[in-house]
Design a binder for this molecule. Structure first.
Ligand code: NDP
Ligand SMILES: CC(C)=CCC[C@@H](C)[C@H]1CC[C@H]2C3=C(CC[C@]12C)[C@@]1(C)CCC(=O)C[C@@H]1CC3
Length: 337
């Protein structure tokens, strides 16, 4: 049976590297690239087909930060495909990132220096905004849009005859301290990225606890990877300049995976595993040794079942509110026309 794989954020960085890797491994695969920019997605599809001309690669228009788009994309996917084995949730944003230079220099001379380089903890903030539906943009894109997509595709994911796996691209920057159940959208502070990634860790655990038969969920951390996202933090010339330092840092922390191919290691490793053999409490890390060897290692996540179930309940409540808003909007547009 051909495996069906859906990847969000497939047109660049880690998502794209994963797609190329998957196709090189399994030519029988049915791969669906879910992207918001169809022109770029088509260019990527053509590029992937150059090395695998017979591969089955389709496109799905999906803006994961737009809930209308999520519902439409899920409907379109369900019409096209009657199964889904792997759902890779790789789309993500970190808008207006700022490095706290004072905290960075302080961290350089502290005992937590390795942790600072591995997680970016305490030195990175972002400026978030509210999108038209009334949600915080980072929360909507990195967490809620993906949650809604999983809910919409639940019937395809929960099958009796085979297991399927939802895979969240989380981060080492996912910190419990940045997340609050009273402020799941992170309206009140300046680490919405960290909060949304911690939320995805919790949600993955909740999916394993709550969801029906056949559906499994896992979380990965790609390490620090040079992509459009990181080039948004510091200018690309700066990253190029400090590249030798980064190679050096790799000797002390194997989390500096640096290339999208290395960063996608854990995503690909999960594709090779049986979903039921995975640990729901683990985050699977892509790691690269000082000598450049890639491997995947599970690390226990800093979360608990009660918190993850509480987040799940809050997301269900928000889902109701959002669906009602979308219905009202549709009604308004219909009566206007
Ligand atoms: N780079 C790093 O060091 C790390 C990255 N990550 C995570 O890895 C994932 C991939 O990021 P990375 O490859 O680094 O960065 P990129 O910016 O290269 O990739 C992000 C992808 O997400 C897509 N995307 C963003 N917003 C939306 C949206 N609203 N709807 C649909 N697609 C969207 C982008 O599409 P488009 O091209 O249209 O913008 C792009 O394909 C993210 O979730 C990120 O948080 C985690 C840890 C470290
Ligand atoms: C010498 C040198 C490498 C300087 C760069 C300092 C910081 C800008 C980086 C140190 C650790 C990095 C990091 C991230 C961004 C850039 C740093 C803070 C991430 C937060 C990027 C997105 C993620 O999801 C996790 C990364 C962890 C490490």
């Amino acid at each position: 049976m051909k495996k069906v794989v859906l990847v969000t954020g497939a047109n660049s960085g880690i998502g794209l590297a994963l797609c190329a890797h998957l196709l090189s491994q399994d030519a029988q695969l049915q791969l669906c690239l879910a992207c918001r920019n169809m022109q770029r997605a088509e260019a990527v599809r053509q590029a992937l087909l150059v090395s695998r001309p017979r591969a089955q690669v389709t496109l799905l228009h999906l803006d994961v930060g737009n809930m209308h788009s999520v519902l439409r994309a899920a409907e379109e996917f369900k019409q096209k495909c009657n199964r889904l084995d792997y759902l890779y949730l790789s789309a993500g944003i970190m808008p207006n990132p700022r490095v706290d230079h004072k905290a960075f220099y302080k961290g350089l001379f502290s005992i937590n220096v390795v942790c600072m380089f591995a997680t970016g903890e305490g030195i990175l903030t972002q400026e978030d905004k509210v999108i038209p539906i009334g949600l915080q943009e980072v929360f909507a894109t990195n967490l809620f849009g993906h949650f809604l997509l999983v809910k919409e595709l639940e019937h395809l994911l929960c099958q009796m005859d085979h297991n399927s796996l939802v895979i969240w691209t989380s981060s080492s920057n996912a910190q419990r301290s940045a997340f609050s159940l009273d402020d799941i959208q992170h309206q009140k502070s300046h680490e919405p990225y960290s909060s949304s990634k911690y939320g995805s860790d919790l949600l993955s655990l909740a999916l394993n606890l709550i969801c029906s038969q056949g559906l499994y969920s896992s979380v990965i951390c790609p390490g620090l990877v040079m992509t459009n996202l990181t080039y948004g933090i510091l200018p690309s010339f700066f990253w190029t300049l400090i590249m030798p330092i980064m190679w050096l840092i790799r000797i002390f922390t194997n989390t500096f995976t640096l290339s999208p191919y290395n960063g996608a290691e854990a995503l690909f490793w999960l594709f090779m595993q049986k979903p039921e053999s995975l640990d729901p409490m683990a985050k699977y890390h892509s790691l690269t040794s000082g000598l450049g060897n890639n491997y995947t290692q599970p690390h226990k996540m800093d979360n608990d079942e009660n918190m993850s179930e509480a987040l799940y309940v809050k997301l269900l409540e928000l889902e109701d509110t959002v669906r009602k808003k979308l219905r009202d909007e549709d009604l308004y547009i219909k009566t206007k026309n």
